[in-house]
Each structure stands twice: as structure tokens, then as C-alpha cells.
Design a protein around this ligand. Structure first.
Ligand code: FES
Ligand code: FE
Length: 433
């Protein structure tokens, strides 16, 4: 098939049961996605715990745009385009820090952390009409929901919480596993580089079909050494006869719910170094509350995928960072829970578990993403199938009225592509302020 983009719309490339390979390989589609998808909806940028204090900042990307997420002296959040209004250089060249101003190293124009142009050396060279107030940094619309900061260039987007919808309620459930606990993501990251298109990652994020095969060596090793009940054993065998489900939770967001497979979180946690000693300390300190504290060590049993780039997996946050049509960075942020009544050993154990899957499982996934990109480069083989359980009658209306299916259902792919097509064909104006 010859690649078409624009009119006629993408109908010939995105069908219910299959999508065209060019969506993963065509540079002009990638370029359009960085505007229409990553600029056209609420896109995750950072977690508030990465910039906890007044004047903190972190450097991120909105699609390919370099941005600075700042907290001003009053505590308000801003997302600034990291692009000097003089001749285009980036004004912030550090990943994180604390600064009331950003001074462009090229000619020292300086901007405060709300984006206002504050200083221009030898300003009279621009003549008497020059108005600094017209030359502030570009600003991205920003909102935060329970610490998750999102930005958009689409001024018509509804408020963030409305857009998240059911996903907001699931974020609540994810965060409220330890009442009063505060989630913190600044305890380290696991950075991965993938020679594949960013959508291969999202395709996999609610794919309950692959774990028993892709991660077979990890799962079998755990089963042989630690018994059948341990974490993710439910991914082996015919998963459609198990208790896991996938659901369409609206606006491109999807959800794998593994919680029905987990009878006792702590007992089913994967093994970790030093766990017996840590467990004893927690039991000695907390008594009756120890079981509940140990349960929050283990992953939540939820995979919550917020379109297009935020994946909440177990206890972690994974962020998809597209670089080019066939290069993607993936960052796994470990999370800690801060609460006065939670001993530090809980977070030590959480960290051991959060080192586990990115080290021993994610390389399996990355290898498959990269091999998909290689295979998708063959022009004569055009289609990627997305129709599993589309016509088997296994989908049903589940809790909260959500379309739900067995965990190997490719419903999440169809949900993704529907939202992707909607955004890619949208005529909404995108702009910074
Ligand atoms: Fe930034 Fe000149 S490009 S001050
Ligand atoms: Fe996987």
C-alpha cells in the first residue's frame, strides 16, 4: 500500500482488527504525532515530588519540545518552553535544580521561573520601542492531579481530572493503599533506550497475552525456586481462564487488573534480598499493622496506562519518551511511600522489588520491541493484527460500565488507535501562550 497521510484520513491505515506498518516506520507520521498527539492532549510531564520546594525545577520534554517544569516562589507550577526568545538557545541546561531565574548562556537574557523576561544586557540596543513583556518564554497549559503534572498545547482540552475520568479514580485507588501515605518518586530511576517506535511500548503496556511467553524464563525460575503463588505466576498457562481483566477506561486510557489473582500481597511478593530481616523489624515495630505495611511493599496488581506516555505499573511509574521514529527512551521511576507511621524498611523492600522487573523482565520486552521494529521494516508485509477477542463474544460490560475483556484481549490496542486517530485527524489549534 502507498502511504497516505492527510486526506483521506487515516481510515486506510487504522482498521478495527489491524493497523498498517507505516504507522511505526514513517518519519512524517512521527513528526505529526509529536504535535497532534503529544501536544493535542494532556501529556504527562513530571511528578510534583520531583520539585517539592519553591523555585525547584526539572527539565523534561513535551513530545520533542524541551520544557522546564517549574515551581515558583508561591508554589504554583509552570511549564516553560526551554527556548530563548532572543535567538533560540535553550535557557536551562540542567536536569533539575532550584533557581529563581534562568539565564541564557549565549547573550545572558534572563527569565524568571514563571517565564517573564527579566533582564536583557545593554537593552537600549533594541531601541526605545522594545518591550520586555512581549518576549517571555513560551508557556504550556499545565494542570496537576494528585501530584501528576500534565501539559497540553490544546487550549480546548477539558480540565485534566475530567479528561482522566475513570483513570483519576484508579489513580486514587493506587495512591490510597496506605491511608495518609505520600508518594515520592525522587528515589532513583532505571533508564532504558529502545531502538523502536514509542507506540510499541504503549502497545505492550496492557498486553496480557505476552508475559507467559516473553517472560517465561523469569516466571519459571521464580516458580521453581519459590513456589506457584508468587508474583505474576498467573501469567502462565491459559490466561483467559484466569481472573485478570483488561478494560477500556476512556480517552485512550486502559487498565489491566490483576488484583483478583492476589490473595495475600506480602506472601505472593517476589523474593528479595534481606527480606526476612526487614520483615522482622517491621513486625516488631508495627505489630497488628505490620501485615498492611508489608502489603504495600508488593506492586499494586494494577497496570494503569494513561494515554499517551504514562504507565503506572505495580509500584512504579514508567514514562515513554519518543526520540525519533525508531528510537525511544523509557524511564522507570521508583516510588517510595512517606508516612510517619511507615518504617523506612518498607521503602527499602519496595526498592528491592522495584529493581526486580526492570532488570529481569523489561529487557525481554525491549528485545521484542526492537525486533518488531526490524520486522516492520519489511515493506511487503503490511499489517499488524489488533483483533484478538474482537469477535469472540468474551468482552462484556464490567464494573463502572466499562468495556472489559479477558487479559489477552487486544482491546487496549484498539482503544489506543481509536484515540490516536481522533487526535491525528483533529483540527484543534495548538499553541503556547
Ligand atoms: Fe539567548 Fe541570545 S540566544 S540570549
Ligand atoms: Fe512484558
Amino acid at each position: 500500500m502507498t502511504y497516505h497521510f492527510g486526506a483521506p484520513p487515516l481510515d486506510s491505515l487504522v482498521e478495527d482488527h489491524r493497523v498498517h506498518r507505516s504507522l511505526y516506520t514513517e518519519p512524517s507520521i512521527f513528526a505529526s504525532e509529536m504535535n497532534k498527539v503529544f501536544g493535542g492532549t494532556w501529556t504527562f510531564l513530571a511528578h510534583e515530588s520531583e520539585l517539592p520546594a519553591a523555585n525547584d525545577f526539572v527539565r523534561k520534554k513535551l513530545g520533542l519540545r524541551p520544557v522546564i517544569v517549574t515551581r515558583d516562589r508561591t508554589g504554583a507550577l509552570h511549564v516553560l518552553l526551554n527556548r530563548c526568545t532572543h535567538r533560540g538557545a535553550t535557557v536551562c541546561r540542567q536536569d533539575e535544580g532550584n533557581a529563581r531565574r534562568f539565564t541564557c548562556p549565549y547573550h545572558n537574557w534572563s527569565f524568571d521561573n514563571t517565564g517573564v523576561l527579566a533582564g536583557v544586557p545593554i537593552e537600549d540596543g533594541y531601541g526605545p520601542e522594545f518591550d520586555k513583556s512581549q518576549h517571555g518564554l513560551g508557556k504550556v497549559r499545565v494542570e496537576s492531579y494528585r501530584g501528576f503534572i500534565f501539559g497540553t498545547l490544546n487550549q480546548e482540552m477539558p480540565p485534566l481530572e475530567t479528561h482522566l475520568g475513570v483513570a483519576a479514580r484508579l489513580i486514587d485507588e493506587w495512591l490510597d493503599r496506605w491511608p495518609g501515605g505520600k508518594l515520592v518518586v525522587r528515589r532513583g530511576t532505571h533508564r532504558l533506550v529502545c531502538a523502536g517506535n514509542w507506540k510499541l511500548v504503549y502497545d505492550n503496556s496492557a498486553d496480557g497475552y505476552h508475559p507467559g511467553f516473553s517472560h517465561a524464563s523469569l516466571l519459571r525460575m521464580r516458580k521453581e525456586r519459590y513456589g506457584g503463588g508468587v508474583d505474576m505466576q498467573w501469567a502462565l498457562g491459559n490466561v483467559d481462564e484466569g481472573l485478570q481483566t483488561v478494560a477500556d477506561i476512556g480517552n485512550g486510557h486502559t487498565f489491566i487488573d490483576q488484583r483478583a489473582e492476589i490473595k495475600n500481597y506480602w506472601e505472593q511478593a517476589a523474593p528479595m534480598p534481606g527480606e526476612n530481616r526487614y520483615e522482622q523489624i517491621i513486625r516488631d515495630r508495627l505489630g497488628d499493622k505490620a501485615d498492611a505495611a508489608l502489603d504495600v511493599v508488593m506492586g499494586s496488581g494494577m497496570n494503569l496506562n494513561i494515554f499517551p506516555n504514562l504507565l503506572i505499573i505495580g509500584n512504579q511509574i514508567q514514562v515513554i519518551e519518543p526520540q525519533s521514529v525508531n528510537l525511544t527512551h523509557l524511564t522507570w521511576y521508583a516510588t517510595a511511600l512517606e508516612a510517619d507511621d511507615l518504617p523506612p524498611e518498607v521503602n527499602a523492600l519496595r526498592m528491592r522489588l522495584q529493581e526486580d522487573f526492570p532488570s529481569f523482565g523489561e529487557p525481554d520486552d525491549l528485545a521484542n520491541f526492537e525486533e518488531c521494529q526490524v520486522g516492520l521494516g519489511i515493506p511487503e508485509m503490511e499489517w499488524v493484527l489488533t483483533g484478538r477477542h474482537l469477535n469472540t463474544g468474551k468482552e462484556y460490560t464490567g464494573p463502572k460500565g466499562l468495556l472489559t475483556g479477558p487479559v489477552s484481549d487486544e482491546l487496549p490496542l484498539r482503544v489506543f488507535w481509536r484515540e490516536w486517530k481522533r487526535l491525528m485527524t483533529s483540527t484543534a489549534a495548538l499553541a503556547a501562550s
